[in-house]
Design a protein around this ligand. Structure first.
Ligand SMILES: *Cc1c(COP(=O)(O)O)cnc(C)c1O
Length: 355
């Protein structure tokens, strides 16, 4: 980092580390000792600070609670053998957060505020980065409106917070998914490409129906025709059919621009794999099962990195994916990404920040 912002730190009186059971981490339940906070008022980010993680004071008329001006990010820190902290592609999260901010009429965050807040927080709480295989420190930066005003308009004030959670493996088992053809996650012109709270609120009911029917997750289709696969709950999805890796393009505003997606595609291209960024139709997916050309299906996202899909429900029928050989693309790309993230493999794209 070029410059170093002086961020005042108030430390916890007693760390929760000693009482934390690192062998039984439930994703998102265990929160580390400190958080980074910044306030936006009079057109600038002020009062940067690191303080003990704890409750916020909000008024009942807080604008975010009523109209949802709220955006978030998700990234991870890892620890290498030498005990250094490694953060994967934080600059990409910073850029994407600002894209979400623009769409939701929220202020952008200067790179220095995001990066210094992040790295100084991780430095302070570095003992919270777990070291067991497959585990990491999940980092949650987010921003929300803080005006006490219930008129529908962009807020004038905001809070930007980063807190962290030690996590184990997210999806250890391959997942089953249901192709959703009734409900919609995102439409052209909507907010699907922004990581904004309302998108996830709207997905809860359809996801619950799928879970009641016995599936882990949904595979969303386009909102207009429901004929094309878009993505999953908090993951982009990829298929390997007839030797080609196929995933939905991100130029439309219905697909979240996943950083894992981008990383997987860059590695695939490095390795000379054939990649097609295009919409895959539900009927093409069905035929790929019927004629045996489907090789792999998997989700990509920060939480799981790669979530192997074992079964896809399409229009009333369950289709099982074939057994994957140990050198299948999704296995190789997961091993490569893990290697880069944990610092055991070379990082040719300069994705890792180490300190
Ligand atoms: C966060 C998210 C992803 C994955 O993005 P990553 O940067 O890879 O974590 C994919 N789809 C949706 C809807 C998401 O919210």
């Amino acid at each position: 980092m070029k410059t170093s912002l002086a961020i005042p730190v108030t430390k916890v009186q007693k760390s929760k580390l000693a009482e934390t059971d690192f062998s039984n981490l439930v994703f998102g339940k265990t929160i580390s000792d400190h958080m980074f906070v910044a306030d936006y008022k009079n057109g600038e980010w002020t009062d940067l600070r690191i303080v003990p993680y704890g409750p916020l004071q909000l008024n009942p008329s807080n604008a975010a609670l009523h109209y949802g001006q709220s955006i978030f990010e998700g990234l991870k820190a890892y620890k290498n053998e030498a005990g250094e902290a490694l953060i994967f592609r934080a600059d990409a999260n910073w850029k994407r957060m600002n894209e979400s901010a623009v769409r939701m009429c929220m202020p952008e965050i200067p790179e220095e505020v995001f990066m210094e807040g992040l790295s100084q927080l991780i430095d302070l709480d570095r003992d919270w980065i777990p070291t067991a295989k497959g585990s990491s420190l999940y980092i949650r930066p987010y921003m929300f409106a803080t005006d006490d005003y219930i008129g529908v308009k962009p807020s004038d004030t905001y809070k930007f917070i980063i807190f962290t959670c030690p996590v184990g493996n997210y999806y250890s088992k391959p997942v089953s998914v249901k192709v959703e053809t009734k409900y919609t996650r995102a439409t052209e012109g909507g907010t699907g490409s922004a990581k904004t709270a309302g998108n996830y609120a709207a997905s809860l009911y359809p996801a619950l129906q799928a879970q009641k029917a016995g599936y882990d997750q949904l595979l969303w289709t386009d909102g207009k025709t429901h004929q094309f696969i878009e993505e999953s709950g908090t993951m982009n999805v990829m298929f390997k059919i007839n030797g080609k890796i196929i995933t939905a393009p991100v130029h439309s505003d219905t697909i979240l621009k996943g950083i894992t997606r981008d990383s997987v595609l860059k590695l695939a291209k490095d390795w000379g794999e054939e990649v097609e960024e295009r919409f895959l139709s539900v009927s093409e997916l069905k035929s790929a099962f019927e004629n045996g050309t489907i090789e792999e299906a998997f989700g990509t996202g920060t939480a799981a990195t790669i979530a192997h899909i074992r079964l896809i429900h399409i229009e009333g029928k369950d289709y099982e994916l074939p057994e994957k050989p140990s050198d299948a693309f999704s296995h190789r790309v997961l091993a490569e990404l893990d290697g880069i993230k944990y610092g055991t493999k070379e990082d040719p794209h300069g994705w890792v920040m180490k300190f």
